[in-house]
Design a protein around this ligand. Structure first.
Ligand code: SF4
Length: 394
């Protein structure tokens, strides 16, 4: 949604008065700050960062060839794979895959937010549930995600307790985090067990093998992709790497720079489930999904690859830059477009919503360079924002 500079300024000034939001963001940033030094200083993490930074440059140079190769490889694997040029194209593909009466569960997906998949499905009659806890909280509050990895970062425990009380008709103490998590777990497990379709994102997809790589801690992605009959992957063209090994490196880097010293689960998914245990004859499905679909969204990315915004496409969406940003620390998600927030979020807004939507947001960047210093992909985030601010950029 395009807003004027005055409208953005008004939203950002009123966010300064939002003590709940500032408490949530402040606690989240503090907890991240306590962890990241220890993780970033590890030699294995630094080595991985160097490799992934190089890989991202390679991916960007070969973006068209890689995503086309991935579609071929996925198709050979028995996966229905699609390129979606626009948000509307992606929704039209989903419209054919998912029937209006189906129960749908989904894991966190920024591409899903970008195309508004939850609202789209609900408006056509689907029951839809977010299975990532942060995204579930966002769904209950009916908001956009605050941050790439922790979507509910701006919602403090007191507010989560109030949201849960309304949803589950039961009192929760704000300090009973275990009780709240267990309640969400029971509720969502029941939905996952009965769902017809599971939608997940992807951290990376390999062009050569046609393998989808995801990294997570909650375990909800694995359940969402394996329990329902249909598994739909919503991803985007810049997430395709040459090989599966490259994908795993990118997924690990994303997890480390998001502040986790090790990921709980890394999943590699190449085909619908099957078994060859009887006479080596492949029968589908076995315990996992019967059908698998992958949608690779463009939505401005291929155009951006040959523009001044190309640097932004090297982002692996770890969210590290957001968690060190002084403007984000006081304004939270108020500083952002429809999906993406904070400094790199301004660049992503320019890519997927257009320069006109991002420009009013760009003037609030302080050019402190804190984002550039933490970025594992070595993106010149503040430099790109300076170009956005320039009146020469149309
Ligand atoms: S710009 Fe860099 S630090 Fe920020 S989310 Fe992307 S990869 Fe992570």
């Amino acid at each position: 949604m395009k807003r004027s500079f005055i409208e953005v300024k008004k939203a950002m000034y009123s966010a300064l008065e939002d003590t709940y939001m500032r408490t949530g963001v402040g606690r989240g940033m503090q907890n991240y700050a306590e962890k990241y030094e220890g993780i970033f200083s590890r030699e294995d993490v630094q080595q991985l960062k160097r490799e992934v930074s190089e890989l991202r440059r390679h991916v960007l140079k070969n973006i068209e060839q890689l995503y086309k190769q991935a579609i071929e490889s996925l198709t050979k694997n028995g996966v229905y794979a699609y390129y979606a040029k626009t948000r509307q194209d992606a929704l039209s593909i989903l419209d054919k895959i998912i029937q209006p009466h189906e129960l749908v569960v989904k894991s966190k997906s920024l591409v899903g937010e970008e195309i508004g998949v939850r609202d789209f499905l609900r408006l056509r009659g689907n029951e839809v549930w977010e299975t990532d806890l942060g995204e579930f909280i966002i769904q209950l509050k009916n908001e956009k995600p605050a941050q790439m990895v922790a979507p509910a970062l701006h919602i403090p425990r007191e507010e989560v307790a109030a949201l849960f009380e309304k949803q589950f008709n039961k009192k929760f103490s704000p300090d009973d985090l275990e009780g709240m998590v267990a309640t969400a777990r029971n509720f969502l497990r029941d939905k996952i067990a009965r769902a017809d379709t599971g939608i997940t994102g992807a951290n990376a997809i390999s062009a050569r093998e046609g393998t989808v790589v995801t990294v997570e801690n909650e375990g909800n992605i694995r359940l969402t992709m394996t329990m329902p009959r249909k598994h739909v992957v919503l991803s985007s063209v810049e997430k395709v790497y040459p090989s599966t090994v490259d994908c795993v490196k990118a997924a690990l880097t994303q997890s480390y720079f998001a502040g986790y010293d090790k990921p709980t689960y890394v999943s590699l998914t190449s085909t619908p489930s099957g078994t060859g245990d009887i006479e080596k004859v492949m029968v589908r499905p076995a315990q996992g999904s019967k059908e698998m679909y992958v949608i690779l969204l463009d939505n401005g990315r291929l155009d951006a690859a040959s523009s001044f915004l190309s640097d932004g496409l090297r982002c692996i969406k770890c969210g590290a830059c957001q968690l060190v940003c002084p403007v984000f620390s006081v304004d939270g998600p108020a500083w952002g477009g429809d999906t993406y927030t904070a400094a790199i979020g301004i660049v992503w807004t320019a890519i997927v919503e257009g320069v006109d939507s991002a420009k009013p947001l760009s003037y609030f960047c302080l050019s402190c360079n804190a984002c550039n210093e933490v970025c594992p992909a070595d993106i010149d985030i503040s430099g790109t924002i300076r170009l956005l601010k320039s009146s020469k950029v149309k």
